[in-house]
Design a protein around this ligand. Structure first.
Ligand SMILES: [Cu+2]
Length: 495
């Protein structure tokens, strides 16, 4: 961040009052409970939620992150307690986290040890098309590919990576292939002292022996999966069942949450307390939003500040509340059931005062819509985009490098479709004509049943072919996808 930006930020921090929650009330609880034995306290201090390993940087060059990443078969427990044959990145599910800074030069030596073609898509990153890991550039079994890119400035946030081969994305992810990407800003507006947790939310369906239960596409369950997207009845956080996060009364934790589920949309809530929503797909936005619950569609990310507003020695849960994304004809019977994802356990330690937070975290400049060169209508119906399924050899939309466009995404059917554009972050203008209440950077937007969402996007860099698709993996694998070609100014328009 430049000095000028820093000065602006400091000025904004002075202009707006800070958020401080008084800890006085909490103090009353602190001494009313039994005292805890030191040994008990030490055990209680450890979260049972385990963070995925971090990819090891093998480069000694400053601002360079060079890593080895292998996708291959593995024997491990996708369902805790049941070892099975799975797919894994570097032998772990979730895969190891790619932890980088803005401006870093990233080199990923990828090797495909799977018995089938795959790719790695760096979901949400603004990088050259050849590095995007789209279905257009499969990496065959036994083959290697070096993904090389630079992390653009101003893109600090939470992203993720996953396979994106033609037709097989849902299968490979159900087998265990997904991992997180954290892009850091050296001058992050949030205090570095906040404990940070990464929560990768996945679901899966298992056979009795613990192997992923992937339905025969011609059977009745397979047909339902194709319609609804494959939902599993086992909900996992970082591959774990009902793990525990400890929190101290008065503490503030920074959670980065990623929905890697094939079809499940989460509506996250913590009974008894609110959450501060501070970031979206493309990182922090301007002002924290206090929310009771938050919707997290497939492939979306949120950053949340979780404040320890409850008294010591209490416990609550992170839940996913019912959310009706379904067509009434195939809506599952248990759609209205609330699921617990993890426990939030308040330690016995006396409350501490809440940390001060900036009211303005990052300036998100609105994309200029006064020079929009085109308005594009995208119609989502069941399994189709603009009435057709994807063809690898066909370009569906041609745009010019440097153009700013408004895309009007119309869902004309009775189920939600989360729409993802590769390579470019966009801003949501409005949903059914209602202006988006806050501005943030997004790469996926859930377009609800019969909803019209307008987004604005600027193709500022990186010509080439880019996917846009529904992020319900079963829909994507069955062709609910199209190809955008961003053409340099010199290229002649073919149609
Ligand atoms: Cu869809």
């Amino acid at each position: 961040m430049s000095l000028q930006h820093r000065v602006v930020r400091l000025r904004l921090m002075r202009t707006f009052p800070t958020i401080i929650v008084p800890a006085i009330l909490l103090g009353a609880f602190a001494f009313s409970r039994r005292s805890i034995h030191p040994r008990e306290r030490a055990a209680a201090l450890a979260d049972t939620l385990v963070m995925p390993p971090v990819l090891k940087n093998i480069s000694s060059v400053p601002a360079t992150v060079e890593v080895n990443l292998v996708a291959g078969p593995a024997r491990l427990a996708l369902l805790p307690g049941h070892v099975t044959s799975a797919y894994a990145y570097n032998g772990s599910v979730p895969g190891p986290t790619l932890d980088v800074h803005e401006g870093d030069h990233v080199i990923i030596h990828f090797r495909n040890n799977l018995p089938e073609p795959t790719t790695i898509h760096w979901h949400g990153l603004h990088i050259p098309a050849a590095m995007d890991g789209s279905p257009l550039r499969p990496v065959g079994p036994g083959k290697q590919y070096d993904y090389i890119f630079t992390i653009p400035r101003g893109t600090a946030g939470t992203y993720w990576y996953h396979p994106h081969p033609d037709v097989r994305t849902g299968y490979q992810m159900a087998m265990g292939l997904f991992g997180a990407i954290i892009v850091r800003d050296a001058n992050d507006a949030l205090p570095a002292s906040l404990p940070e947790k990464l929560l990768i939310l996945s679901d899966n369906r298992f056979k009795p022996d613990g192997a992923p239960d992937i339905a025969d596409p011609n059977g009745s369950q397979g047909e339902i999966d194709q319609e609804n997207g494959r939902e599993g009845n086992v909900l996992l956080v970082n591959g774990q069942l009902s793990p525990v996060i400890n929190i101290r009364s008065g503490e503030t934790q920074r959670w980065r949450v990623i929905n890697v589920s094939a079809a499940r949309i989460y509506r996250l809530a913590i009974p008894g307390q609110t959450m501060l929503h501070v970031g979206d797909d493309g990182g922090l936005f301007e002002h924290p939003r206090e929310v009771n619950d938050i919707l997290l569609a497939n492939s979306e990310r949120v950053e949340l500040l979780i404040r320890g507003t409850q008294p010591p020695n209490t416990r609550t849960t992170l839940q996913t509340l019912p959310y009706d994304r379904y067509d009434p004809h195939t809506r599952p019977d248990d759609w209205d059931v609330t699921h617990d994802l993890l426990s939030l356990r308040y330690l016995g330690a006396p409350p501490q005062p809440f940390v001060e937070l900036p009211r303005v975290m990052r300036t998100v400049v609105a994309l200029d819509t006064t020079h929009v060169t085109r308005r594009q209508v995208i119609v989502l119906s069941q399994g189709l985009i603009n009435g057709r399924t994807m063809l690898m050899g066909r370009v569906d939309i041609r745009s010019r490098l440097g153009a700013t466009e408004i895309w009007q995404i119309e869902n004309v059917v009775t189920m939600d479709h989360p729409f993802h554009l590769h390579g470019f972050q966009f801003q949501i203008l409005d949903r059914d004509g209602v202006p988006e209440p806050y501005r943030s950077w997004k790469d996926v937007v859930n377009v609800r049943k019969h909803q019209i969402v307008r987004i604005v996007v600027r193709f500022d860099d990186f010509p080439g072919k880019w996917m846009f698709h529904c992020h319900i993996l079963d829909h994507e694998d069955h062709g609910m996808m199209g190809i955008l070609e961003v053409q340099p100014p010199s290229a002649r328009r073919k149609s």
